[in-house]
Design a protein around this ligand. Sequence first.
Ligand code: SF4
Length: 337
Amino acid sequence: MAKEVLVRTAAYYSREGDGVRCRLCPHSCRLMPGQTGLCRVRECRNGELVTLSYGSVSSIALDPIEKKPLYHFCPGSTVLSLGTFGCNLRCQYCQNWHISQRVGKAQILSPESVAELALEYRQERCIGAAFTYNEPTIWFEFIWDAVQHIKAAGLAAVLVTNGYMSAEPWRELLSFIDAVNVDVKGWSDEFYRQVCGGKLQPVLDNVETARQLCHVELTYLIVPGHNDDDDSIRGFARWVGQRLGRTTPVHFSRFFPSYDLALEPTPISTMERARSLAQEWLDYVYLGNVSIPGAADTRCAKCGTLLIQRGPAYHLRIRADEKRCPACGEEVPWVCQ
Ligand code: SF4
């Protein structure tokens, strides 16, 4: 890796007078010369929009795929995980604020070297690369280039995202992506606006598009007093069950105080209640950031046979490429590369 800043012409913008309008995400920032967008990594320079984070890597690691979290995509595998700086949302409770809400020192990686690195980890069951840690939307140009190499190498490409991207680039990028985990922040526009600085509907539209193009799992971080009421949990679960299907994996994640939101952690009783409410509409509801036995296990939706045990001990009880419950023959909805 080299240490330098790469500036590239950005995708999805148009010129407006002396400035530009970025069209990559629903914020649609209008920028005059020298101004950067809300995401901090796209700037109007010499009459064009440039990205300041091309190849700029803040964090890189080989992670279990379940850590994304993706529980129904190549279970038991690992994935080369990387991210840059910046974000197009402003979640007051961001867990990764040190890279999402400021721009720091980075290493530069070429798009082809992402695939090369992932291939070096084949012995560790690495299936490809995941763009994660901060918001991949704003890394669009680099991810686009890297994904071409990842696919050419026969590897998988994964996004862990807030889904807050304009419809056209979302559809174009997702056509090369194998699996996505979309973080649905809450179930009201008010919550999105006041706590995250965005809007709910573009995210839901993108989740439905993603469902047509690749494997989809959803995360919903439960913030006490903000998005944890029964109506929100029910509304979210019903929407997922009806629009995406009841076999869509959903991960309720426990809030811990972080960044600007000094609240107590989500009570365990709230987590369990959310799971119980959502199970009316969904077959695979998981709890994350909790130490409740079985909360992350995968059981057959029909007969309850344990298929994957997660937690301190990870145990895949059937082969990942087996698609049926060994006890009752029910189809197990997961994807293997
Ligand atoms: S990607 Fe960044 S610059 Fe572009 S519209 Fe979104 S926040 Fe604004």
